[in-house]
Design a protein. Structure first.
Lengths: 242, 305
């Protein structure tokens, strides 16, 4: 029984079929199908309003209503509440970063409960993000944008999450910090973490991602593997409008 | 002895101020302030996480006093046990209230839950008026706290000193728990962004229920403390609640430290007004509220929206 579970989890971490999501009366996602294997780094590309963030939020059950199937680590989660889904080993980093202003850096870092047993230790975290160590007693929202992003990443790595849902983590950050984030993601990928990345900055995503899903109007319009990028540049440009 | 008394009499009037009267009113102010602080603290905690204005806080304070009275009268449970058991009972009542009445309408406009808690308050008040009448019931000061201490300018009854010390200790402990512990970090973070907290794997609905239970448990505790000094009557809650709302507004909605400090400060200001200009003592807190709202609409300790 256990070995069956394990082989399944080593192959497919997330499988989404016919996912529809709604905010109140608005129907945002219209039947998404996608799957992500262990250790893959996959991006969701697309214009603003194409449903990329909503896809992440739908996986976490943070939308008004959702239908279809979302299988995580072999568990069907469509009827699970948000906090139970997290405990399947998911770490979510929202677009607005979600640093709590009433908590200091250390409290922000320690806030999310462990979802698996082998998370990074606080020492490892501070080694990866030395700025956070220096400012551990500062109010969370007093950090610079880049530091807040590091903190938002760090706190989900501490929990042991091995599936990361990252929403626009490079948005508004200086090139040197974007570079740092690319290094961090590559490191995490080597550790075997599975990453689903919503990204606007295609130059950031292209070199590190294995696959890309292009979204449009709440659908998956195209799937592009890393090795097809050169051949499909034209197509991507049309979808992304760059 | 005689000498001391004479000295006291000389010092008792200073610049035309009757110090006995002044300190007496200050003491009354501090005691009222202690109750304001406890009740405002509960309201602030509940408002912070649930975003609802708990209109039943006063009725639950009354319920606390009546539960203590009934426990003594029918079950011979003494004051000290009541001090421990009544907040738990009222808290449990609050948990049921949250779970079965407030939660089903939690996603509606907060006006609905406000009206719901107001309705619950009216029902409780009506029931207790029906059962016990509106004249008020006596509750004896526990044997251990009878008597008092003679201070230079005033006589300090032991029970009144106990109210001040005990309620301030409870307020300080609650403040510490919220501001300095991990559990408190959950509460603070949940106040800011409950949805993200839940996405991190924290059972937010459970925390909401327990928080409501704790907030109304504080009201129950205040009720037990109040039973020996104010008479136990169905209206005791509605009388104090309006003032407590003003205090929460002055302190800043949802501010924990603000609720405690403002509660005490307003008790004292009310006491001073009673001495210097008694006619205004019932309105002074509302005057302060108007001034604070004009100058800083988010309250003295509230964050700017």
């Amino acid at each position: 029984m256990n070995s069956i579970m394990n082989t399944q989890s080593t192959r497919e971490k997330i499988r989404i079929s016919d996912l529809h999501a709604f905010y109140g009366e608005s129907h945002i996602l219209h039947g998404i199908d996608l799957s992500i294997k262990q250790g893959e780094l996959v991006t969701l590309l697309g214009r603003n309003g194409s449903g990329r963030s909503t896809t992440l939020r739908a996986i976490m059950n943070m939308v008004g209503k959702r239908t279809g199937s979302i299988n995580i680590n072999g568990h069907e989660t469509i009827d699970m509440s948000s906090h139970r889904i997290a405990h399947l080993g998911i770490g979510f980093c929202p677009e607005e970063r979600g640093i709590f202003s009433s908590l200091n850096v250390e409290e922000n870092l320690m806030l999310p409960p462990n979802v698996r047993s082998d998370g990074m230790s606080v020492e490892e975290i501070y080694e990866m993000f030395p700025n956070l160590a220096e400012r551990r007693k500062s109010q969370g929202t007093r950090l610079s944008g880049g530091e807040q992003q590091m903190l938002a990443m760090a706190r989900i790595l501490r929990t042991g999450a091995n599936i990361l849902l990252l929403d626009e983590i490079t948005e508004g950050l200086a090139p040197v910090i974007v570079q740092k984030l690319a290094e961090v993601l590559t490191k995490l990928k080597h550790r075997g973490l599975t990453i689903l990345l919503v990204e606007q900055n295609f130059r950031f995503a292209a070199p590190i991602a294995d696959r890309h899903y292009v979204m449009e109007h709440g659908h998956i319009a195209e799937e592009v593997h890393a090795h097809e990028l050169a051949a499909k540049t034209e197509l991507l440009n049309t979808y992304l409008g760059v | 002895m005689l000498h001391g008394y004479a000295l006291g009499a000389v010092m008792a009037t200073f610049l035309g101020i009757n110090l006995f009267g002044l300190f007496g009113q200050l003491l009354v102010g501090l005691i009222n302030g202690s109750f304001y602080a406890l009740l405002a603290l509960g309201l602030a905690i509940i408002f912070g996480l649930l975003k609802i204005i708990n209109f039943s806080q006063g009725a639950l304070y009354m319920l606390g006093a009546f539960t203590a009275w009934m426990a003594l009268e029918y079950l011979q449970i003494n004051y000290w046990w009541a001090l421990f058991l009544v907040p738990l009972t009222v808290g449990a009542f609050g948990i049921l209230l949250e779970r079965f009445l407030i939660r089903p309408i939690a996603n509606e406009d907060h006006l609905y839950s406000l009206l719901l808690t107001f309705g619950v308050a009216l029902i409780l008040q009506g029931l207790f008026t029906d059962w016990f009448g509106s004249s008020g019931l006596p509750y004896a000061i526990p044997e251990e706290l009878k008597g008092g201490t003679k201070l230079p300018f005033m006589y300090l009854p032991n029970y009144r000193a106990w109210i001040i010390i005990f309620s301030l200790t409870v307020c300080a402990a609650t403040w510490f728990m919220i501001e300095k512990t991990k559990l408190g970090a959950y509460l603070r973070a949940g106040t800011e962004n409950p949805q993200l907290m839940q996405a991190f794997g924290i059972n937010v609905p459970l925390i909401v229920t327990l928080t409501y239970g704790f907030g109304v448990g504080l009201a129950g505790l205040a009720g037990v403390l109040a039973a020996p000094v104010y008479s136990v009557s169905p209206e005791m809650g509605s009388n104090i609640l309006i003032v407590v709302f003003a205090i929460v507004v002055i302190g800043g909605m949802g501010s924990i430290g603000g609720a405690i400090l403002t509660g005490l400060a307003m008790g004292i200001i009310e006491g001073l007004t009673k001495y210097f200009y008694p006619e205004a003592s019932n309105t002074v807190i509302f005057l302060v509220m108007v001034l604070v709202l004009l100058v800083k609409p988010s309250g003295m300790f509230g964050k700017e929206a």
